[in-house]
Design a protein. Structure first.
Lengths: 328, 769
């Protein structure tokens, strides 16, 4: 780990001012990913801005519209918020399957959304991969069982967050702060694929940080489900995941969001799947049709073809559950 | 007592040992009246472990100590052309950097020398940096500029099998494939000719790591320039003392190795490894204590592992299910250096009654770190192929798999024709099938559950050398206050020797357990070969018994003069010495001890094994799984495990061993594997997120059952070894259960969702256009 300077401001404006100063900064929420990334020299910041003392970032306000979730809210506290869980059961589905209880006790919403990829080539000090400034993605001809089947262009990481697909399914906005003010963008636009920039996973530029997630209050008849598949039933990242949020009215789907996890370098929203559901009554056949639409463009590699089948199953199951057709 | 030669089998390795016959003590048979042995007693050192009072190797930090870290090869095969440590040496607190160019060669068994110019795997040690502060070390290691010439390599088994010999010799002087080691019984061709049914299948079992909670490491210090003191996390303090002495060419008596508490070894901490020598060498060069400990990445790159195998099994049987032929051909991956435990033929030769057996074991060299013993080495891997092929045969014969096993039950050791001293496998089958609900939960048509989530059950068995044997030694010292110290170099890895051997000493002496303290793991105490091979209980318990008996004889001699009787008339129970025929004439044990003018020390050792019998442990496990055939996730719902351990000296600790073994192997069966990028030869599973050990959430409900079958032939306490056996049947039981649930064989381990889905897909009938 490189030597670094460290500050723990207690108000957001000081933090943003420090981030705006010259030099390489990293913001730290729970630190569970940052510290490990520094130990393996993936991150080598000269300065760490520890956000844990900033009350404002830990605010969770479920009273208004939108519901506001500070990036410093720990996953355990998010899960403990009954109003939030009642409004958005899909967030309970997702937050409950992040990592382990120990990590959820420390890890934050912002950290979960901004964590670096879990690709084993990216994480290994022995590979200088494309994302780390090297010249090739080792997954293409290598061990790619956990890699992308969609949206991999040059680099085949999958986005590791469980919260992101669920929040995008809810139509969340990302509020980004910097010394010069804040801006709000759809969370799905917050994440960027390798076709935009292969060295980062989101739009943040130096001096910026994620400060809050805004989630619109649910519409009548809205129901969301997040399903995650993984080898181990705890402490494992998704091999595939599906977040489905439907608004049902008189047996018809009036609005649908389908977002996939574990399959692409970004949380992967599927307009094609959503279009299948829109205006239809939900049946197993319709769910299967939507799932097939979601992977129409999938291009598996040598070891990850199973993901094409697996994610379709999760999409179908999530659609049927979200439509109130139970089962698993 | 007379000296005799005796045969000792440890982890399948046969040795002959010259040993003094033991003082004959009455055997603790099934009817023995025992006060302490057999009780469920929590570990005597549990309190220290859970309160943090226990000192592990890492905690030993003598003043002036240096920390070290290795510079490791990023290439699977390379030659160092230059080492420039100047930048590292300028960093604050960096004291020394050693490598092959600035040190004298030190012999090291696996690959020539401790520091080499030619490096054979990723993680191989190129140089070592010593510094006063551990926090500078990662940067200092990166500042050492090593220039490498890359050499040809192979890390993929299939590539190695297909490789032409000329290319192979460029990688390893001996090539990448050995001549097969062949074992035969009977006539294999005649066996298959006599078969009505023949089945064949090939299995891939993967590399798994010991993944000990406590990493490998040691602290080394030279005292007065001539005594080497080492605090280590070792399973064999005595063996390590000898190895250090040999390496540094000093007498054994000048080496002291201590291991008080350990966070897991599982076979990976039985030997002198390179870090031991490097720590002692740097301590010698700098005149300061040196602390060497791996981080997790180093653990997963540069500690040995359970080897990979590609096993092909062929079984022949008559139509009524009698085995006529067992053939096993295996590629056994040694890594870059040869090691023991590559050969997995023992199961084929021993487990089932069969007149015709043929095995071929071909060692394969790859540019990966070497293997070592890992909890039930060889048999754990071989049991996968043996037991899955038995189920394949059962399905072909349309026979219940348990019935097939019982039909081919071996009543004698077919490799020697000696009878087994005890064999409780039949009881184990009966228990686990009952416990798992075999009759109702087994799918007579595999895969017949409707819907995507399908359940099934599977069986696995186990055989393992469990006699133990010499050398094991102990002394029992009676302190002036009547408290008792049991001393031996034997290591308690956490599984409980301090507890059970204290129980044996207390039982024999007739004192309460609370007055006994087991002081183990010091190389200068009476020798013990080491804690491996499931040997400690059957080896050490008789030695401790004898030592306690000898000490008690002295107590009786003193008490006899006080009570005015002959020593032979005395008994000691619950800390009171009394006249056997008149218990009112008595004197407290502690009072007798206080009268002694010298320390009372009883010495005991393990005598010879019974040459007329084979002593093995046996067990069976039954698994119930649910397979989500759409996601490929295998959930292990229930696992019943029944193991024959002879006498259970402490049933709680036997059950604990069963739980530990099952959990380890449930990870082997479903999650764990070393993954190597074969293009670069670099392992990619170098943290515990990517290398997936089983978690508590994934643990099945375990029904741990002891088939207590007191073995009065094996030794005078009636116990057999029990540490490794529970690891063996689990993975094949899972594989067989997955077949029973789905009707599809998944023969590449671990049974991860991608492999399960791929196998299910391959088994689907082709869609017609």
């Amino acid at each position: 780990m490189r030597a670094f300077t460290y500050a723990a401001p207690t108000d957001l404006s000081s933090a943003l001012a420090r981030l705006g100063a010259p030099g390489t900064h990293a913001v730290m929420g729970g630190g569970t990913d940052l510290v490990n990334s520094m130990k393996s020299y993936i991150e080598t910041p000269a300065d760490i801005v520890d956000l844990q003392g900033i009350q404002e970032l830990q605010a969770l306000d479920t009273s208004g519209d939108p519901v506001q979730i500070g990036v410093g809210v720990k996953l355990v506290d998010m899960l403990a918020s009954q109003p939030l869980m009642q409004l958005f059961p899909i967030l309970q589905d997702a937050a409950n399957v992040v990592a382990t209880p120990q990590l959820r006790n420390v890890g934050t919403v912002g950290g979960n959304l901004c964590q670096r990829p879990r690709c084993w080539y990216f994480r290994s000090v022995d590979f200088n991969c494309l994302r780390k400034g090297g010249t090739e993605c080792y997954a293409i001809l290598g061990q790619n069982q956990y890699h992308a089947i969609l949206g991999g262009l040059g680099c085949f990481i999958v986005h590791p967050s469980d919260l992101a697909p669920a929040l995008i399914g809810l139509g969340a906005q990302a509020v980004i702060g910097s010394a010069s003010g804040t801006r709000s963008i759809p969370l799905e636009s917050f994440f960027i694929g390798p076709e935009v920039d292969v060295h980062r996973e989101n739009v943040l530029v130096p001096g910026e940080m994620l400060v809050r997630i805004d989630v619109p209050r649910p519409a009548a008849g809205q129901r969301g489900v997040f399903l995650k598949s993984r080898g181990r039933q705890t402490w494992d990242f998704a091999t595939t995941a599906a977040a489905v949020s439907l608004v049902m009215s008189a047996g018809t789907c009036t609005s649908a969001r389908v977002v996939l996890g574990g399959v692409a370098p970004v949380p992967w929203r599927s307009p094609d799947a959503e279009a299948v559901l829109q205006g239809r009554s939900i049946t197993p056949a319709v769910a299967a049709q939507a799932a097939a639409a979601a992977v129409k463009l999938a291009r598996p590699m040598q070891y990850n073809a199973y993901k094409v089948d697996q994610v379709q199953v999760l999409i179908q199951r999530a659609i049927l559950q979200a439509a109130g057709q139970g089962g698993s | 007592m007379p000296w005799v030669k005796t045969q000792v089998v440890t982890e399948g390795i046969v040795t002959e040992v010259l040993v003094e016959t033991q003082v004959p003590l009455p055997v603790w048979g099934p009817d023995a009246q025992l006060d302490i042995v057999g009780q469920r007693i929590p570990k005597v050192d549990a309190r220290y472990r859970v309160t943090g009072a226990a000192q592990y190797m890492f905690d030993k930090q003598p003043p002036g100590m240096l920390w070290v870290k290795a510079v490791r090869s990023p290439y699977p095969h390379a030659r160092i052309t230059a080492v420039d440590a100047s930048a590292a040496l300028k960093m604050p607190g960096v004291i020394d950097v050693i490598h092959f160019q600035n040190t004298d060669p030190i012999a090291y068994a696996p690959n020539g020398h401790v520091l080499n110019q030619e490096l054979s795997y990723v993680g191989d040690i190129a140089a070592v940096v010593a510094a006063e502060d551990p926090r500078i070390l990662p940067d200092a290691v990166r500042a050492v500029n090593v220039t490498y010439e890359q050499l040809p390599f192979v890390t993929d088994l299939q590539q190695a099998i297909a490789m032409d010999p000329a290319t192979a010799k460029q990688i390893f002087p001996q090539g990448v494939l050995s001549q097969p080691a062949v074992a035969d019984r009977g006539d294999i061709n005649a066996g298959f000719a006599a078969a009505d049914v023949t089945v064949e299948a090939t299995y891939l079992t993967q590399v798994v790591h010991h993944a000990t909670m406590e990493p490998h490491g040691c602290v080394a210090q030279w005292i007065n320039g001539y005594e080497l003191h080492v605090w280590d996390s070792t399973q064999a303090a005595y063996g390590l003392q000898q190895a250090f002495a040999k390496t540094f060419q000093i007498p054994d008596s000048q080496v002291f190795v201590w291991m008080d508490f350990m966070g897991g070894g599982f076979g990976s901490k039985t030997a002198l490894w390179r870090y031991h020598v490097l720590a002692a060498l740097l301590a010698q060069r700098t005149g300061r204590p040196v602390h060497f400990i791996n981080d997790r990445r180093e653990e997963l790159l540069d500690t040995p592992h359970r080897p990979m195998h590609q096993q092909t099994w062929r079984l022949g049987a008559t139509k009524d299910g009698k085995l006529t032929a067992i053939e096993m051909k295996s590629y056994d991956v040694a890594g870059a250096f040869n090691g023991m435990f590559t050969n997995i033929s023992a199961v084929a030769l021993q487990l089932y009654s069969c007149p015709n057996v043929h095995t071929e074991d071909t060692t394969v060299f790859l540019n990966l770190h070497q293997l070592s013993a890992m909890r039930g080495p060889a048999n754990t891997e071989a049991m996968v192929g043996m037991e899955a092929t038995m189920d394949l045969l059962a399905s072909k014969l349309n026979m219940d798999p348990v019935q097939l096993r019982k039909l081919n039950y071996a009543t004698v050791d077919q490799t020697t024709n000696h009878p087994y001293s005890t064999k409780g496998l039949m009881d184990a089958y009966d228990y686990v099938t009952q416990a798992i609900g075999w009759q109702s939960n087994r799918k007579t048509t595999p895969g017949s559950d409707p819907g995507p989530k399908k359940r099934g059950v599977g069986i696995g068995s186990q055989i393992w050398s469990a006699a133990g044997g010499p050398p094991s030694n102990a002394e029992v010292a009676i302190q002036a206050d009547g408290s008792v110290t049991v001393r031996s170099s034997v290591a308690d890895l956490g599984e409980g020797p301090k507890t059970i051997l204290s129980m044996v000493a207390a039982e024999e002496l007739g004192v309460p357990l609370a007055v006994v303290n087991a002081d183990f793991g010091h190389s200068d105490y009476p020798w013990d070969l080491g804690t491996f091979g499931s040997r400690v209980t059957p080896s050490m318990a008789p030695a401790v018994r004898q030592a306690a008996y000898e000490a008690q004889q002295e107590i009786f001699t003193i008490a006899a003069s006080e009570l005015g009787v002959d020593a032979s008339q005395l008994t000691c129970k619950k800390g009171v010495v009394y006249v056997t025929s008149d218990p009112s004439k008595s004197i407290p044990f502690a009072q007798v001890a206080a009268l002694s003018s010298h320390t009372i020390i009883g010495v005991g050792w393990r005598g010879p094994n019974n040459a007329a019998y084979t002593t093995e442990s046996f067990g069976a496990q039954a698994a119930e799984v649910e397979v989500d055939t759409e996601t490929g996730v295998v959930t292990l719902l229930n696992l019943a495990a029944a193991h024959d351990c002879g006498r259970a000296i402490n049933p709680m600790l036997v059950e604990s061993q069963i739980h530990g073994g099952v959990d380890m192997a449930a990870g082997y069966g479903r999650f764990e594997e070393q993954v190597v990028d074969s293009r670069t030869g670099i392992p990619v599973t170098t943290n515990l997120v990517d290398y997936k050990i089983e978690t508590a959430v994934d643990e099945p409900v375990i029904d741990a059952h002891i088939v207590e079958n007191i073995d009065t032939i094996a030794n005078n306490v009636g116990a057999k070894g029990m540490a490794e056996p529970p690891t063996m049947p689990t993975a094949p039981a899972i594989m067989n259960a997955v077949y029973n649930a789905t009707g599809v064989w998944v023969r590449a381990m671990p049974l991860s969702p991608d492999r399960v889905l791929a196998a299910l897909k391959a088994a689907q009938p082709q869609q017609s256009a």
